[in-house]
Write a protein that binds this ligand. Structure first.
Ligand code: G4P
Ligand code: NA
Ligand code: NA
Length: 194
């Protein structure tokens, strides 16, 4: 998506080897117009899939997920994160390890918000190592729901997330921006690779 790539180029900051800071429009301050355009694009990409529900994980997945939900006219459920492992009969739960933060969180969705009759679209802000995506897939699997695919705002294609998701059987992954590499602090998109 050209509009998103342009914003990444103009406002993104590369931190260290592999982190892209985009807190002026996605991860802290949010640009609602850009977010709505992205939601419309997700809706276009998945409109033929019979989506009944969108799931994401708090916090940064919520804004793009809500805009996609608005465009597809389906409810959006965000998995809640907690540090402690709370056992519950009322919730589907999965453990998600963050390589970036080196912590494990439990994510949970109340059972009443996800069922075997759902056709689920997963939305998230970043695809890096894929652990968040795998955790969300695990919640949908626990519910017996069908997963139609995943919509990602920014994929770091040089990290193993897509491969890990594919190996777990999650195949229809659509990313609005795909980053091939960071070179001298510059962002190189997949379609610009030489
Ligand atoms: P994964 O989600 O693909 O498994 O990757 P990882 O464990 O590395 O990511 C942990 C957190 O860091 C996630 O946010 C993820 O969205 C975010 N993240 C990963 N790479 C980048 C990056 O290059 N830039 C930015 N800005 N974030 C990145 P989270 O812990 O779920 O936090 P929240 O922002 O959703 O609250
Ligand atoms: Na994040
Ligand atoms: Na995230």
């Amino acid at each position: 998506m050209k509009e998103l790539e342009a914003r990444i180029q103009s406002e993104g900051h590369v931190l260290g080897e592999d982190i892209l800071k985009v807190d002026s429009f996605l991860n802290h301050q949010i640009d609602p117009n850009l977010m709505q355009a992205m939601g419309n694009e997700f809706a276009r990409l998945f409109e033929s899939q019979g989506v009944t529900k969108i799931i994401t994980v708090e916090a940064s997945g919520i804004a793009p997920a809500v805009m996609a939900g608005l465009a597809l006219d389906v409810p959006v459920v965000f998995a809640r994160k907690s540090k402690s492992r709370i056992l519950s009969d009322e919730a589907f739960t999965a453990d998600v390890y963050s390589y970036t933060k080196q912590t494990t969180n439990q994510i949970r969705i109340e059972k009443r918000f996800l069922s075997a009759s759902d056709r689920v679209l997963i939305i998230d802000d970043f695809l890096a190592n894929g652990q968040a995506l795998l955790g969300l897939k695990a919640l949908a699997d626990e519910a017996g729901a069908s997963i139609v695919g995943a919509g990602i705002v920014i994929e770091k294609a040089f990290q193993p997330g897509r491969k890990a998701a594919n190996e777990a059987g999650l195949n229809n992954i659509q990313s609005l921006a795909r980053i091939a590499a960071f070179e001298d602090g510059q962002v190189i998109f997949v379609d610009e690779e030489k």
